[in-house]
Design a binder for this molecule. Structure first.
Ligand code: GLN
Length: 487
């Protein structure tokens, strides 16, 4: 499957049509998604129609942009008008969205074709995609391993080259960790950079939509396409239009000569980090140093509280956000005599185990008597975590860290122990709490497992151009990254 950039070039010089691109997706899914199981839904007839409309526009000289006709996979919690949006939950199975999320509307305005519904952990709660109520998605590099989560379907679909790119969402690492596990690029934008309108809310102060692609250039193309202030989301940030694509196209390995890269010591001495991940990240650091970057040690001392703080704040917000799903107005309803019993029955039958755990935890930390001890205190520590980043960025331009302590694990390896699963988010969570941006870029294949390992660059809020530039410079010194076998 071509990258977005290649597909755009091919469409523009008429060596391919949108119909052919869509046909490739349909064929890829038929041939390989039986094993990967990334897609929950794919409406081939509808896609063919959209592709032929796009080809007609282009033939008439009315292409909406150079990207008109390129398919983009969509995570199942980002709504597309007329398509189901189940968030991989039984409670919302068969619920059809009456409107487009702003991110999808922006893609459509450029002619991109939203393609199918991609699997995820139910309501984006999880790190392995094993919490989907419908199916288990496999890692395209090894079918016995998870693709990561919660945007596991998006990562697996792009990693397996079923689609050129996809949208995911990231509340505590859900774009970056599966990107690392599946050998692709995943970018979590600054909080507010992309409108959350039409993204089914998990934790509203942390959620962001972002691109999942095979190259940094494609991440820049998609980011540029979906950013911007939105009257439907009061937390979206007004910002001058920036040219991320040019920032990437003008990047070179030489750029490292002018960059100071901070290595947070807490991220390199973390307990539970596997040898192969440590080796791969250290090798990446060496290569960046050899390219001329100045490497400086920095401290993020409150990182040690990040997982605890996240699982208080995220669950508190989730318990409030998920209160609206009661089976009355939409979704699966269980009639049980009176109204209250019907609520209980619908929620009891519709939500999976992890979602219930989070709702219970969130309700508990918000309840009177515990609010000050847990929620309020977590908010204060969140401020300290944010200040750590501000302090660190006084002595460097960007940070470089691992994405996850391990490569993609086997099915069932962590699902029995929620705490172990939560701890695997240590390197990604802090920056959602701080609100700044980060990108996962494939660095190497693990020396033991032969599975992909990503590195994470972290930039200050709204510094996506610099983040993408550094990620591209790293790609240039790394060279091409392989696709999984048969993809
Ligand atoms: N793995 C984290 C969790 O389970 C992050 C999820 C996310 O970013 N949506 O909450």
């Amino acid at each position: 499957m071509m990258t977005i950039a290649r597909a755009a070039a091919a469409l523009n010089n008429k060596t391919i049509t949108s119909a052919e691109l869509i046909e490739q997706v349909i064929t890829n899914v038929a041939a390989r998604d039986g094993v990967v199981k990334a897609f929950l839904k794919l409406d081939a007839e509808k896609l063919r129609k959209l592709a032929s409309e796009s080809d007609a526009r282009r033939a008439a000289g009315n292409a909406l942009s150079e990207y008109d006709g390129i398919p983009i996979g969509i995570k199942d919690c980002i709504v597309t008008e007329g398509e189901t949006c189940a968030c991989a939950s039984k409670l919302l199975e068969n619920v059809v969205s009456p409107y487009d999320s702003t991110a999808v509307a922006k893609l459509k305005s450029l002619g991109f074709i939203p393609t199918g519904r991609l699997n995820m952990d139910e309501f984006a709660m999880g790190s392995s995609c094993e919490n989907s109520a419908f199916q288990k998605t496999s890692n395209p590099w090894d079918a016995d391993r998870v693709p990561g989560g919660s945007s596991g379907g998006s990562a697996a679909a792009v990693g397996a080259r079923l689609v050129p790119a996809a949208l995911g969402s990231d509340t505590g690492g859900s774009i970056r960790q599966p990107a690392s596990f599946c050998g692709i690029v995943g970018l979590k934008p600054t909080y507010g950079r992309v409108s959350r309108y039409g993204l089914v809310a998990f934790a509203s102060s942390l959620d962001q939509i972002g691109p999942m692609t095979t190259t940094v250039e494609d991440a820049a193309i998609l980011l540029e396409a979906i950013t911007g202030a939105d009257p439907h989301d009061s937390t979206s940030l007004p910002a001058a239009k920036e040219n991320f694509v040019d920032a990437v196209r003008n990047a070179s390995a030489e750029d490292f000569k002018t960059l100071k890269i901070g290595l947070p010591e807490e991220y390199f001495n973390a307990e539970g980090m596997s040898c192969e991940v440590k080796k791969a990240v250290e090798a990446a650091v060496e290569s960046i140093k050899a390219a001329g970057a100045e490497i400086v040690p920095v401290k993020l001392p409150h990182t040690k509280y990040a997982v605890a703080v996240y699982y208080i704040i995220a669950t508190a917000e989730a318990s409030a956000n998920l209160a609206r799903f009661d089976g009355i107005r939409y979704g699966a309803r269980q009639e049980a005599g009176d109204l209250i019993s019907s609520y209980f029955a619908s929620r009891g039958a519709g939500f999976g185990e992890e979602v219930k755990r989070r709702i219970l935890l969130g309700t508990y930390v918000l309840s009177s008597g515990y609010y000050d001890a847990y929620y309020l205190r977590a908010q204060k520590v969140r401020t300290l975590i944010r200040r750590d980043f501000e302090e660190a960025f006084k002595s460097c331009d960007l940070l470089l860290t691992p994405v996850a302590p391990n490569v993609a694990f086997k099915f069932g390896e962590k699902s029995a122990n929620p705490l172990e699963m939560y701890l695997s988010d240590i390197f990604t969570i802090a920056l959602n709490l701080a609100g700044n941006c980060g990108i996962s870029v494939p660095a190497a294949l693990g020396s033991d497992s032969n599975m992909p390992i990503g590195i994470q660059f972290i930039a200050p809020a709204m510094a996506e151009a610099k983040l993408l530039q550094a990620a591209r410079a790293f790609e240039l010194i790394r060279g091409d990254f392989p696709a999984p076998e048969n993809c």
